[in-house]
Design a protein around this ligand. Structure first.
Ligand code: 6PG
Length: 478
């Protein structure tokens, strides 16, 4: 075979990824279950590079140079297992199967283990950036063996997005499921970012009394500062858009029920298992889920809230500046939580993930790309053992400078009845981490009272139990 890489599964992501490889000078074997799609790709985009159209799995495998590199771009779940079952028997030792879908990292770990026993490398790759990213340069998060990265890395570096300093947005994240795990956390952070932006919009609309057009302008302005990011940029576009049919702001004609395909939910499920407090991400998932409960919302619509009391024009401008502070501070917390999860996963699965390298490959190509990520990279580069992003001097100082406004915004939201679960959860996390003493001591006392669950003391080693039902003396339990 002559093709350096093959792509099977030519829905829009697979097709665009194949074109990206071809446009970067690689010979690409392409295959799809229905051959019409393969022919259509070559007919339409054949002049972009060198494609080898394969009709059957056998032709596809034969078209690849060895060791073979074969990218699967099908729906995550059973479809992926089916395609692996179909191709694995045709492969030889040392060949590499790459799964570019949004797979659950536990599935990736299982597939990697099973294929490793057959001498085949399996590389689960997180790919972010949507259709455009796949074509013009995504952020790429490969897991799998270090050996497979040697053969795959140079190709991925060519097709990946380039950070502002020119570095390709791809790195070997770690073994087996590390790449898909990190992509999952990326999506959790994506949900949190989107929720925080939505809350900022809601506050500007309700408390400041701004129109969608005015809010778009505000976001465009924020996008020139420290919030500079893809999500802020597209938010301005969406808010400025006017519905052609009604002449109303687009955002006012869309049903207000947010959907999800599940990757944000996975982030929270896994965080619960790992014991990582990703409260901001969790609130973002719950906010989507709440929005979708139309019947509950309908039944609650008549409940009492505060009287509307929008601000005057001058106060509104000052309030908008405070919202920017609250948004930025909450964003720092979301990323603190997300990176904590990356590190907890790395430790739990023994992946040795470099958090600075993860921040570096999120600087371009992916949905959460932002100027901000270069500062996270710098923080981890300066101090790889950083216990938390909040312990970075610069982020700590910034959040400290924002905290008064952040609190004021949450107070205003509560007064005016605007739900801000993301802002509030972030502030609660910040205040809890800073606290000298937490009421967790009381929780321990309660647990000991009703269940003899024991507690530790601040002044002595060991564990203890108070005889609550007796003379309330204390006994040592170990
Ligand atoms: C990306 C996106 C992409 C997709 C997700 C989220 O990184 O390119 O995260 O993976 O948009 O599926 O979609 P939901 O909002 O439907 O969960």
């Amino acid at each position: 075979g002559t093709a350096q890489i093959g792509v099977t599964g030519l829905a829009v992501m697979g097709r665009n990824l194949a074109r990206n490889f071809a446009r970067n000078g690689f010979t690409v074997a392409v295959h799809n279950r229905t051959a019409a799609k393969t022919r259509a790709l070559v007919e339409e985009f054949g002049e972009e590079g060198t494609f080898v159209a394969a009709e059957s799995p056998e032709d596809f495998v034969a078209a690849l140079e060895r060791p073979r590199r074969l990218v699967i771009m099908v729906k995550a779940g059973e479809a992926t297992d089916a395609v692996i079952q179909e191709f694995a028997p045709l492969l030889e030792k040392g060949d590499v199967i790459i799964d570019g879908g949004n797979a659950h990292f536990e599935d990736t770990r299982r597939r990697e283990r099973e294929l490793r026993e057959r001498g085949i490398h399996f590389v689960g790759v997180g790919i972010s950036g949507g259709e455009e990213g796949a074509l013009h340069g995504p952020s790429i998060m490969p897991g799998g063996s270090a050996e497979s990265y040697e053969s795959l890395g140079p190709l991925l570096e060519r097709i990946a997005a380039k950070a502002p300093d020119g570095t390709p947005c791809v790195t070997h994240v770690g073994p087996d499921g590390a790449g898909h795990f990190v992509k999952m956390v990326h999506n959790g952070i994506e949900y949190a970012d989107m929720q925080l932006i939505a809350e900022a919009y809601h506050l500007l609309r309700t408390v400041a009394g701004y129109s969608p057009e005015k809010i778009a302008e505000t976001f465009r302005d924020w996008n020139t500062g420290r919030l500079d990011s893809y999500l802020i940029e597209i938010t301005a576009e969406v808010l400025a858009h006017v519905d052609a049919a009604t002449g109303k702001p687009f955002v006012d004609v869309v049903e207000d029920e947010a959907e999800q395909k599940g990757t944000g939910r996975w982030t929270v499920q896994i965080a619960l298992d790992l014991g990582v407090p990703v409260s901001g991400i969790a609130e973002a998932v719950f906010a989507r889920s709440l929005s979708g409960h139309a019947e509950l919302r309908e039944a609650a619509r008549s409940l009492t809230g505060p009287a509307a009391n929008p601000l005057g024009e001058k106060e509104a401008a000052a309030f908008a500046a405070q919202v920017e502070q609250a948004l930025y501070a909450s964003k720092i917390v979301s990323y603190t939580q997300g990176f904590h999860q990356v590190q907890a996963g790395s430790q739990n699965y023994d992946w040795d993930v470099d958090p600075g390298a993860v921040a570096a490959i999120w600087r371009a190509g992916c949905i959460i790309r932002a100027a901000f990520l270069d500062r996270i990279r710098a923080a981890y580069d300066a101090q790889p053992e950083l216990p938390s992003l909040l312990s970075d001097k610069r982020f700590g100082d910034e959040i400290g400078a924002a905290q008064d406004d952040w609190r004021a915004v949450i107070v205003a939201a509560a007064r005016q009845g605007v739900p801000v679960p993301g802002f509030s959860a972030a502030l609660a996390y910040y205040d809890a981490l800073r606290a000298e003493r937490l009421p967790a001591a009381l929780t321990q006392g309660q647990r000991d009272f009703f269940g003899a669950h024991t507690y530790r003391r601040t002044d002595r080693e060991g564990s203890f139990h108070t005889l609550w039902g007796g003379d309330r003396s204390e006994v040592s339990t170990g």
